[in-house]
Design a protein around this ligand. Structure first.
Ligand SMILES: NC(=O)c1ccc[n+]([C@@H]2O[C@H](COP(=O)([O-])OP(=O)(O)OC[C@H]3O[C@@H](n4cnc5c(N)ncnc54)[C@H](O)[C@@H]3O)[C@@H](O)[C@H]2O)c1
Length: 380
């Protein structure tokens, strides 16, 4: 049993108590290395940073925009983590953490990796990991593959199942409920994008009694949604019968003017995808002043846009990921898995056991962690 007394921040200690996989991970291959990290700064990721420091790594940390918990960032500073982030940052402080001349990077959205590729690599640089679907896509779209290993955590079948599908499904719906205090049963909800994230959101909504529709560009995913029992259609068409719209495509500007014109009065839009770019807010005109949901425990900014015909369309947190903004992020167990994959993959890169280029987590490692996770759930 790991000694939890080092986690003197109560929320971080609670997270650590529920993260057996990460606590059992051997981080000694990372000892003495400078690691630049971009992550949502909250209790679960703080457990990873604290364990890296305990293992003897030098950690330089910046936060993904809009999700930094200042108390957690301050606590990490007391451990010796070089934190370059504040709760009201609207962009990660990439340059500040790269002044460390990192040997490794642990990235979330590929901002660190792309900055290194554009500006030149530190002399002792070995490679890194990338957490997200969106970051992996940005790296794979570049004309040249990176000349160092980048292990994409999101390519892990285990992560896609546990975090993207079930973890995101639960926490996105929880975030929506926290932010709005609105009722799910009977509501007409549309999910744009039926990847693992969209699928999880759709499934959770339906389990709570919503009437769920799905739009996806990919015919396989449309088929999957139909076979899962959802109504399937073109997004513009579905929006006429949509009270809640969840954006889970990971792609920019997916809602057209026609779609906005079709939305009923008092529709609410929330973001799931990594970047708040799936809805171009310019299409909605100027918002009324932001308000918070009075009775909800954790709130997100609401901006209501009055359309020329008087319809009100409300956007939560400018479509930033609603589970990060108002539900404390993904559930602890899902993050235990994801951060364990991160730490183990980073150790592979650190010890020269990964080839240059963008690649998935090795399947044998994925399976090994799946076995351990199944054992923690007494499923072996
Ligand atoms: N909120 C969170 O905690 C969290 C966690 C993990 C991943 N994410 C993010 O969520 C997003 C989705 O992740 P995923 O793993 O499900 O991705 P994915 O790429 O597997 O799925 C996205 C789906 O959207 C569809 N799509 C793309 N453009 C579309 C359009 N214009 N209209 C309709 N459908 C369209 C694609 O065909 C695809 O099926 C990514 O941005 C990812 O980084 C968020």
């Amino acid at each position: 049993m790991h000694d939890l007394s080092q986690f003197t921040h109560a929320d971080v200690r609670w997270a650590a108590q529920n993260m057996p996989l990460l606590l059992d991970t051997d981080l000694t291959p990372l000892k003495g290395l400078r690691i630049a990290i971009c992550l949502h700064i909250e209790p679960k990721t703080a457990v990873l940073c604290a364990l890296l420091v305990e293992a003897g790594a030098e950690v330089w940390l910046t936060g993904s925009p809009g999700t930094t918990r200042q108390d957690v960032a301050d606590w990490l500073t007391t451990l010796g983590v070089h934190v370059h982030a504040a709760a009201d940052d609207d962009a990660p402080r990439i340059k500040a953490v790269l002044t460390s001349d990192p040997q490794l990077v642990l990235d979330n959205g590929a901002d660190l990796i792309r900055a290194l590729l554009d500006s030149g690599l530190p002399s002792e640089f070995r490679g890194g990991t990338e957490e997200t679907t969106t970051g992996a896509l940005l790296l794979r779209q570049r004309s040249e593959p990176p000349p160092f290993p980048v292990i994409v955590i999101n390519d892990s079948p285990l992560k896609l199942l546990v975090e993207n599908r079930w973890g995101v499904g639960q926490s996105v719906v929880q975030g929506f409920m926290n932010a709005t205090n609105k009722m799910i049963p009977g509501t007409r909800a549309t999910v744009a994008g039926y990847g693992p994230c969209g699928r999880g959101v759709a499934q959770t909504l339906r389990q709570l009694g919503a009437r769920v529709s799905v739009a996806d560009q990919d015919p396989y995913r449309r088929l999957e949604a139909a076979l899962d029992g959802h109504q399937v259609g073109r997004l513009d068409t579905l929006l006429a019968d949509t009270d809640l719209l969840f954006l889970a495509t990971g792609h920019p500007d997916v809602v057209s003017d026609e779609g906005i014109a079709a939305l009923p009065d008092n529709a609410v839009i929330a973001g799931v995808g990594h970047c708040p770019w799936e809805l171009d807010l310019q299409r909605l005109g100027p918002p009324t002043p932001a308000t918070g949901a009075g009775s909800a425990r954790q709130t997100a900014d609401h901006e209501t846009y009055i359309q020329p015909d008087g319809r009100r369309i409300t956007v939560l947190a400018k479509t930033r990921m609603i589970n990060l903004v108002s539900a404390g992020g993904n559930p602890i167990e899902a993050m235990d898995l994801g951060l364990t994959l991160q730490a183990r993959s980073l150790a592979l890169v650190a010890t020269g056991r990964a080839a240059p280029g963008v690649q998935a987590v090795p399947l044998d490692l994925d399976r090994e962690i799946a076995e351990t996770f199944a054992a923690t759930l007494e499923l072996s």
